[in-house]
Design a protein around this ligand. Structure first.
Ligand code: DOR
Ligand code: ZN
Length: 333
């Protein structure tokens, strides 16, 4: 059995820089046609010049693969209308991080007060630049995303023309918000469709499954599965594939991030098949995102076949999700 996915898209991807970029970028470029590239480098991508240079480094890292990185800027509330008008030529979205919420987010926003964000949000609305948000407060780790729900509601109701993408949602609460506001959308990762907190910390601690937001309860995963598997038009696949070298994961003070890019499509095919909805995979990994972001992806077909795929123990110095395990579907290269 085979299934062909037209233009698979990863709408939330960390490619990093330097040596790590050279290891991970070709892996995404082999299996996806386009991907939204996160700007949380050190320092973060906040200028058009830095953005162009980063895109250039990505293009050199992927060699001859047919792949287009969709670039983002790291949100700052002092971006002016004129700056954003120029930036719009080179970006697909702007990513807002609350300061300190996750890896390399120290330069993020320190207050979610609407007035301090108004000017930038209004300019983005007018210029039709989508806002991607890491939606977590600094509260209790299991409640951070649900607590951020009121911030999403304020953003959505005060800026009805702004497209707001709730990144890597992990809770039923966030799924419910999709129905409440026309201008709220969401990405869902691979890991949050497969695991709960039990898999991360319920038995032996699994550092390679530790990410932010942390995986939640069974009822949350059920809610995520329901919208993803149904091909809900406001929901897109965004891997949040976030590589860290092994010594940063298998240590005291484990970095947050799950590396899934090279195994994501294979695992998704298995998940959708198991639930008898393989026909909805195309919407989840491509069509919905094209409509939400209003763009045309590169033409590229990826053929998945039901042949076992043994996930490598590592890619370079990065351990992927399902390392050493066998998945039912593989990519026909
Ligand atoms: O687990 C995560 N890792 N969550 C994020 O939001 C950032 C990412 C990273 O950059 O490592
Ligand atoms: Zn991320």
């Amino acid at each position: 059995m085979t299934i062909t996915i037209k233009a698979p898209l990863d709408m939330h991807l960390h490619l990093r820089d330097a040596e790590m970029l050279k290891v991970v970028a070709p892996l995404s470029a082999q299996t996806f046609s386009n991907a939204i590239i996160m700007p949380n480098l050190v320092p973060p991508v906040t200028t058009i010049e830095a953005l162009k240079e980063y895109k250039q480094r990505i293009m050199s890292a992927i060699g001859n693969e047919k792949f287009e990185p969709l670039m983002t800027l790291f949100f700052r509330n002092d971006y002016t209308y004129d700056f954003l008008k120029e930036a719009k030529k080179y970006i697909s979205a702007i990513k807002l991080y609350p300061s300190g919420a996750t890896t390399n987010s120290e330069g993020g926003v320190t207050s979610m007060d609407i007035e301090s964000l108004r000017e930038t949000f209004e300019a983005m609305s007018e210029l039709e630049i989508p806002l991607c948000v890491h939606g977590e407060t600094n509260g209790f780790v299991m409640d951070r995303e649900a607590e951020f729900g009121s911030v999403y509601e304020q953003f959505a109701s005060n800026f009805p023309k702004l497209k707001i993408i709730m990144e890597h949602i992990t809770t039923k609460n966030s799924v419910d918000l999709l129905e409440k506001y026309d201008n709220l959308y969401a990405t869902i990762t691979l890991q949050h469709l497969f695991i709960t907190l039990d898999d991360v910390a319920g038995g032996m601690l699994k550092p390679h499954l530790f990410c932010k937001p942390i995986a939640k309860r069974y009822e949350d995963r059920e809610a995520l599965l329901k919208v993803a598997l149904s091909g809900h038009p406001k929901v897109m696949f965004g891997s949040d594939s976030a590589p860290h070298p092994t010594h940063k994961k298998e240590c005291c003070g484990c970095a947050a991030g799950v590396f899934t890019a090279p195994i994501a499509l294979q695992a998704l095919a298995g998940l959708f098949e198991k639930n008898n909805v393989l026909e909805n995979l195309q919407s989840f990994v491509s069509n919905n995102a094209q409509k939400i972001y209003s763009f045309k992806p590169l033409e590229k077909n990826i053929v998945l076949e039901k042949t076992p795929f043994k996930v490598p123990n590592s890619y370079g110095d990065v351990v992927p999700m399902f390392a050493g395990e066998e998945l039912a579907w593989s990519i026909k290269f």
